[in-house]
Structures are given as C-alpha cells and as structure tokens.
Design a protein around this ligand. Structure first.
Ligand code: HEC
Length: 124
C-alpha cells in the first residue's frame, strides 16, 4: 500500500485546478491511506481523519460548519433528498464545469460513501 503513495501524491500535485486544496488533502490522506480495514469498513481512527479532512479541505469551499461558501451548503437538511451513492460519486469525480474537484486520487469508494453518510447525518 505504501508503495502506491508517491504516485498518488504526484498525481494530486500535478492537477492544475485547486492544486492547493488537493495538495493539502493529499498530505492528510497519504499519512493515513493504509488505515482502511481489509473488509472495507473504516477504522475509528480513519473516521476521525476523514472528519478532519472534511472540515479543513472541503470546508475551505463549503465552510468549516458546512453551511456553504464557494461550495453549496452540505448540512443534513440540504442533502436530505439526495442519495448517498449520488453524493459519493460527486465526491469521487467532482462536478465538471464547477470548482468542485474530484477526490478519487485521495479517497476510496468506501471512504467517499462514509463521508456522504456523515454529511447526511451531520458531521460527528
Ligand atoms: C475548490 C472548492 C471545493 C472544494 C475543496 C470542495 N468542494 Fe464540493 N462543491 C464545490 C462547489 C462549487 C459545488 C457546487 C457545484 C454546483 O452545483 O455548481 C460543490 C458541490 C458539492 C456536492 C454536491 C452538493 C449537492 O447539494 O448536490 C457535494 C456532496 C460536495 N461538493 C462535497 C464535497 C466534499 C465532501 C469535499 C471534500 C472532500 C468537497 N466537496 C470539496 C466546491 C468545492
């Protein structure tokens, strides 16, 4: 798993759009990328790290409290009508034509789904 990190890091770094946010996220993610359990469930430590990533990195656009900014608000009431899978794929692939960047280089699908559920329930 660690052998993959320099590549992920370089890919994240070479992205022209939002490179500062993605670079910062890569630093957080690369330190903890091996924390996911083999069965796809996340460790409590990884969940804490993702919560921090969401507040810091997503929060740079969506607001630290998710009430919106450059990015739309991501509070439970804003996401109530949206399916976890739809939100997870927006997180993984971004929204082309908007500033919402893709996070696939930094997050697994299980992690994106966890973030989508956490946002819908309200961040811990
Ligand atoms: C560089 C700014 C930026 C960053 C960083 C960012 N977003 Fe976004 N995001 C946006 C913008 C702008 C939109 C709205 C796009 C539109 O609808 O025009 C958006 C939309 C979304 C949506 C869709 C919301 C909806 O109501 O459909 C989700 C979910 C989302 N972002 C999650 C995240 C998560 C999770 C992160 C961190 C892993 C993140 N975003 C980081 C700018 C950002």
């Amino acid at each position: 798993m660690f052998r993959l990190e320099p590549k992920r890091f370089d890919e994240a770094r070479s992205r022209p759009r939002n490179s500062a946010a993605v670079f910062a996220a890569a630093l957080v993610a690369s330190a903890v990328v091996s924390a996911a359990a083999a069965d796809g469930r996340l460790s409590p430590a990884r969940e804490r790290e993702l919560t921090y990533l969401v507040r810091q990195d997503c929060g740079s656009c969506h607001g630290m409290t998710m009430k919106g900014g450059l990015g739309s608000p991501l509070l439970p009431e804003n996401l109530a009508g949206k399916h976890v899978d739809v939100l997870a794929s927006i997180i993984l692939d971004g929204m082309p034509g908007t500033p919402m960047p893709p996070w696939r280089p930094m997050l697994t699908e299980a992690e994106a789904a966890w973030i989508a559920r956490a946002l819908k329930e309200g961040l811990p």
